[in-house]
Design a protein around this ligand. Structure first.
Ligand code: PLP
Length: 301
């Protein structure tokens, strides 16, 4: 699966002599888009080869991974179970666009309070899940494991070797690790963290085979899934001037971060950047619900 690289033409880029392209992985599929497709590909093949009939995974209320797993399960004939963070959602999930969509694709939910969710990776907890749901193929939170990284290694192709910088948004770091592994040693791989702090570096090192990367954690707008009117305005302006929609949790913050670096003169003239559009556009609907409740400007769809 190859996706196109679209050039972004903005006055700021021209002024600084920097070229920016977006790899439109968001165009792969409306729900199993971008890195979700890449992360699920080899895991689904593995689940099939092990004769599993159920996929179980974890996620929060707006998780792109939950939506994608539900959808791939329906398309590939698996039952799907979503272990969801937030006991309060048990009675409210129908109002949440991501969970509603997952349920429409057949996902069964198991809601957990935040303390139980925190221990979800322990052996005892997993044993409880097996007692409750029987055998299943386990996809970790965010979908990152060795097979997911292998899938993300297929995002870059030989034709991308001339780019100086490859950029991606970072949640668990699996996508960044895949890009690092298939990059050339001369390329610089920049990860724009959607989370506060740089605790992810350890996880990235676990899967990455080179050290030509950097994790940037400046443009998180207050932390994971935190959105400000400034970010909403940026996403709307970007869509108006380029025609490309960005999501508020990952790609919006990444593109903002890249243009901010250009503005500050941190990218030398003549640099060619390839930023990965990792999809996640379904998250706009849930975020707009939050923004509407707070009487804040909405992301245009
Ligand atoms: C749209 C989108 N972009 C980027 C990421 C970050 O990917 P990773 O978890 O592999 O760092 C995610 C989620 O995990 C995502 O949903």
């Amino acid at each position: 699966m190859r996706t196109r690289n679209q050039e972004i033409r903005l006055p700021l880029l021209k002024t600084h002599g920097v070229s920016l392209f977006l790899k439109r992985e968001d165009e792969i599929h409306p729900l199993i888009s971008g890195n979700k497709y890449r992360k699920l590909k080899y895991n689904i093949l593995e689940a099939k080869s092990l004769n599993h009939t159920t996929l179980l995974t974890f996620g929060g209320a707006y998780s792109n991974h939950i939506a994608a797993t539900a959808c791939v399960g329906k398309e590939e004939g698996f039952k799907t179970i979503g272990v969801i963070r937030g006991e309060e959602l048990r009675t409210q999930w129908e109002e949440n666009p991501t969970l509603k969509l997952a349920a429409e694709h057949g996902m069964h939910f198991h809601f957990l309070d935040r303390d139980s969710y925190r221990i979800k990776d322990t052996a005892d907890f997993l044993k409880d899940l097996h007692e409750r749901f029987g055998t299943f193929y386990l996809l970790p939170e965010g979908g990152t494991n060795a097979l997911a990284v292998k899938g993300c290694e297929e995002i870059l192709t030989d034709a991308d070797a001339h780019f100086d910088i490859i950029a991606t948004a970072v949640g668990t770091g699996g996508t960044l690790a895949g890009l690092i592994n298939s990059s050339t040693p001369q390329q610089q791989i920049l990860g724009f963290s959607a989370l506060k702090g740089d605790f992810l570096k350890k996880d990235i090192r676990k899967f990455a085979n080179k050290s030509n990367w950097e994790l940037l954690a400046e443009d998180h707008f207050g932390g994971y899934a935190k959105v400000t009117p400034e970010l909403v305005e940026f996403i709307n302006e970007f869509k108006n001037s380029t025609g490309i929609p960005l999501d508020p949790i990952y790609t919006g913050k990444m593109v903002y971060g890249i243009l901010n670096m250009v503005k500050k003169g941190r990218i030398p003239a003549n640099t060619i950047i390839l930023a990965i559009h990792t999809g996640g556009l379904q998250g706009i609907f849930g975020m707009n619900r939050v923004l509407r409740n707070k009487n804040l400007p909405l992301i245009e769809v």
